[in-house]
Design a protein around this ligand. Structure first.
Ligand code: SAH
Ligand code: SF4
Ligand code: F3S
Length: 463
């Protein structure tokens, strides 16, 4: 779970000066991508990025509710702004994203200082909703929406790597998860709209795109009949081929994949297409088939392993990352051990871990066999130690190897270094200028010899 702030970049066109804005994003890449689009809308409307949060005329919190701690974090931030509004009634407070959708009117009642509560499906409608606020209304926008094709220009965090949504929402019903109830039904964008967006990005210098969706490999299934491939079905494999050759784009990634929809055909296509990077984020959630069944995940750990083995067969260098939940209701010690075993067995490059958190409107939250906080903390600690150890062991394969790095930025913690990622998504740092005096800049690809490895990043030098 991260909190991010959309940083400064030059404003392209200003209609009128409406004051300053600040966006804080909680949650996943989906929220970050939504924030970038909302930031673009605010700038188009004439708002300028504030220098600091507590001086902004408009505050937008793009919220997350995946676990209870994500939710509580939003409330603590919000309390601070509500107090500020008592002193400055002109301050506009917007609560967007998944918590906004979950709580809706309750949020307005709980914090009456809020001007606008808007669910994630309304992100592209921010201008219309803000106009209603400017007309003196307190606005609640949480009804089911057909997401408008993106007419805005996003204000993106990076000039090199861009996120491109291809499917919104989630049609699964994992028994622990709040996402389907807050993000709504799946809505795939058309291949043409996606291609147009990527072509535009390529024209302004973007080099890498990450296609985004909750279950990206379910892309296209909401289109009933499509004339795109022989089976009449629109798929992620088709889409990857369709966008692959866009000039200027050098790397293509996608996330998050659901094991139920990850096909051999998709793996074949990834292995074949040179721009598609060898990194796959495929959450397994639990190593126990009984728990997977209770989670309603729709696959077994054997079928999961089959996918991973096929990826490794075709792309031996590929990195595999995942998500896992510990202390799901009723999880026994043995079942927890099965989760640890799969991590040892597969040797993931990274696993995002979390202790199960009961969420509103989800079946598992009502089950009587909830585990104690002590067990949650204990299991989380144990799994995290293993994940760190495994990640470091996996990183040994990089030592003294040559890796192709796409330079993204200057290292914010050490400005004599540049940062970028390997094709396999490992964060890599190296000196800005090499021994022969040549210096490098974001957007360039360089070959780096890796000298130092840590669990989650690498350091090296230009070859
Ligand atoms: N669509 C993706 C995951 C999206 S949510 C998938 O199906 O894999 C991101 C991660 O949050 C999940 O993979 C899961 O590990 C975690 N998560 C979701 N709900 C949770 C809950 N109630 N408690 C703890 N972790 C949860
Ligand atoms: Fe949540 Fe499951 Fe949908 Fe992933 S697939 S977002 S875990 S309901
Ligand atoms: Fe959080 Fe919503 Fe993403 S609940 S993890 S921001 S889909």
């Amino acid at each position: 779970m991260t909190t991010s702030i959309v940083p400064t970049k030059q404003i392209t066109s200003i209609r009128t000066n409406r004051g300053s804005y600040w966006i804080t994003t909680f949650g996943c890449q989906m929220n970050k991508a939504d924030s970038e689009r909302m930031s673009g809308i605010l700038q188009k409307m004439g708002y300028q990025l504030a220098e600091e949060e507590l001086k902004a005329d408009l505050i937008l919190y793009n919220t997350c509710t995946i676990r209870d701690n994500a939710e509580q974090k939003v409330y603590s931030y919000l309390g601070r702004q509500a107090r500020r509004k008592k002193l400055d009634p002109h301050l506009k407070i917007i609560i967007a994203g998944c918590l906004a959708q979950q709580e809706g009117e309750t949020l307005l009642r709980r914090v009456p200082e809020i001007d606008l509560v808007m669910g994630p499906q309304h992100a592209n409608r921010l201008e219309t909703l803000l106009n209603q606020v400017d007309n003196g209304h307190q606005v609640l926008a949480t009804d089911e929406q057909h997401i408008y094709e993106d007419i805005t220009t996003a204000r993106r965090e990076s000039d090199i790597c861009a996120w491109v949504n291809i499917i919104y929402g989630c049609n699964e019903r994992c028994t622990y998860c709040v996402v389907p109830s807050v993000r709504g039904k799946e809505q795939s964008r058309t291949p043409q709209a996606i291609k147009n967006e990527i072509e535009k990005l390529a024209r302004i210098g973007y080099k890498e795109i990450t296609l985004l969706g909750q279950n990206i490999d379910a892309y296209g299934r909401d289109f009933k009949a499509y004339e795109y491939n022989q089976s009449g079905q629109l798929t992620l494999s088709y889409l990857l081929e369709y966008i692959h050759d866009i000039e200027g784009i050098e790397r293509i990634r996608f996330a998050t994949s659901h094991p139920r929809y990850f096909t051999k055909e998709l793996i074949n296509v990834c292995a074949k297409l040179p721009k598609v990077c060898e990194h796959f984020h495929i959450p397994f959630q639990s190593g126990s088939n009984q728990i997977l069944k209770k989670m309603a995940r729709g696959y077994t750990i054997e079928s999961y392993k089959e996918i991973i083995n096929y990826i490794k067969k075709l792309m031996p260098e590929a990195s595999i990352t995942s998500d896992a939940i510990v202390a799901f209701p009723g999880e026994t010690k043995d079942q927890f051990q099965e989760t640890l075993s799969i991590i040892k067995d597969i040797k993931f490059d990274l696993v995002n871990t979390a202790a199960y958190s009961p969420r509103p409107n989800t079946p598992a939250a009502l089950w009587p066999n909830q585990l104690s906080e002590e067990i949650k903390i204990e299991r989380l600690k144990e799994i995290n130690n293993l994940v760190e150890k495994t990640a470091k062991e996996r990183n040994f394969r990089y030592k003294y190897s040559s890796q192709e790095i796409l330079i993204e930025n200057i290292n914010s913690k050490n400005n004599s270094q540049l940062m970028g990622r390997t094709r396999t998504n490992r964060l890599t740092f190296f000196p800005r200028s090499s021994n022969n005096g040549k210096s490098y800049k974001p957007g360039e690809k360089v070959n780096i010899k890796i000298n130092e490895i840590r669990p989650f990043s690498l350091t090296g030098e230009v070859i």
